[in-house]
Write a protein that binds this ligand. Structure first.
Ligand SMILES: Nc1ncnc2c1ncn2[C@@H]1O[C@H](COP(=O)(O)OP(=O)(O)OP(=O)(O)O)[C@@H](O)[C@H]1O
Length: 351
């Protein structure tokens, strides 16, 4: 069975209460399989022509959500509606219409571009699969795609290994655009690139979005890049969405204790591509692990949270609206929001 087309809404992507678990190995031959809960009750909205940045530390579940939208992972529970399709109801490979509507660009284009194909073949292939074009029109469309991503006909006969990292990512973007998608999942699209090229690619994506009204799910661990590239931001921590809302509000006035730590750790709003060399660990957060054991049902941040209370071990809070837009999921939300100035979080040098 394939997913049913839903009536159109303004949202190109709606994720509701998504849970994704992976079954791991057994500790003992006769013991139960371990379960990795990669995503726990995530809900997201992405409007037409907008960019939602999904940000969080390594292992927080960002890629797992992106792969679920592409139907490369199956949800354990919850629903995903993308481009009008109920993705969670697909059985087996998604239909061609879905693969046309939702495309992906990954961190390493060398892995996603066929090394034995010239650029012109790479771009012609999706056109051949999805559209019935005569060869002359197909060639013209390939040239148009190249132009769209700032490459020239000189690149037509190059192989991926003959291109720079930025040029390869441009080809990957052109390949995604070939089928005229509504949504592109961009999984760390600039993190493998030279710092000077990152902002060029982000600006390219921005221009394409303005011209074509495409929506982006922009997955990244670089907060400054996400802020620069996104209209809205959702912050993940160990499978949970901790805070979400307009990028300027979340990044400028973060409310959740975890988001505050993230952004306090990275005060510079200028994208890394416009700054100096890469830092060893952007998520070198200033709070040590307090040593509290998290319960599976509780807030995963309890181990590091300076505002934790007994209720934080018992469950995960419902999202609370935040003035200025968005929501945060924190039992201390009322306290956090009531306080005229939120309490200063202890710093590493103060502990
Ligand atoms: N196929 C899988 N089998 C078992 N565990 C998995 C699988 N895919 C992901 N995980 C686990 O799920 C959790 C979330 O991983 P995910 O890759 O989504 O995180 P991420 O936020 O994208 O991190 P990164 O930036 O490092 O890719 C991790 O603990 C990871 O080890």
């Amino acid at each position: 069975m394939t997913g049913k087309r839903q009536p159109p809404t303004d949202d190109v992507l709606e994720v509701d209460d998504l849970w994704i678990e992976f079954r791991g190995g057994r500790k003992r031959a006769w013991g139960p399989r371990s379960v990795v809960r990669a995503v726990s009750g995530a809900s997201l909205r992405l409007g037409r022509g907008r960019t939602l940045g999904l940000v969080g530390e390594s292992g927080s579940g960002k890629t797992t959500i992106g792969r679920a939208v592409l139907r490369l992972n199956a949800p354990t529970r919850g629903s995903i509606t993308a481009a009008g399709f109920r993705v969670d109801q697909f059985r087996g490979a998604p239909p061609a219409r879905y693969r046309r509507a939702v495309q992906a660009v990954f961190q390493d284009p060398l892995g996603s571009l066929d090394p034995l194909m010239e650029v012109q073949q790479i771009l012609a292939e999706p056109l051949r699969i999805h559209f019935d074009l005569e060869p002359g029109k197909r060639r013209a469309r390939v040239r148009e795609l190249l132009e769209m991503v700032g490459l020239s006909t000189a690149h037509l006969s190059r192989y991926p290994y003959e291109l720079s990292g930025g040029q390869r990512q441009r080809v990957a973007i052109a390949k995604a655009l070939a089928v005229d998608p509504q949504l592109i999942v961009l999984d760390e699209p600039v993190s493998a690139l030279d710092v000077s090229v990152q902002s060029q690619i982000i600006n390219l994506l921005d221009g394409i979005q303005r011209d074509r009204g495409i929506s982006y799910l922009f997955i990244a661990h670089d907060l400054a890049v996400v802020r620069h590239a996104s209209h809205d931001v959702a912050v993940m921590y160990r499978g949970r969405i901790m805070e979400s809302g307009p990028a300027d509000r979340v990044c400028g006035t973060p409310r959740h204790p975890y988001t505050r730590l993230l952004f306090d750790a990275v005060p510079n709003p200028v994208p890394r591509s416009m700054r100096g060399p890469r830092r060893a660990n952007q998520f070198d957060l200033p709070l040590p692990d307090i040593g509290v054991e998290p319960t599976p049902a509780g807030c995963p941040f309890i181990t590091r949270c300076p505002l934790r209370g007994p209720e934080c071990a018992t469950g995960f809070p419902e999202p609370t609206p935040v003035p200025g837009g968005g929501e945060l999921a924190c039992f201390a939300a009322e306290r956090v929001l009531r306080a005229a100035a939120t309490p200063d979080l202890p710093r590493k040098d103060a502990t």
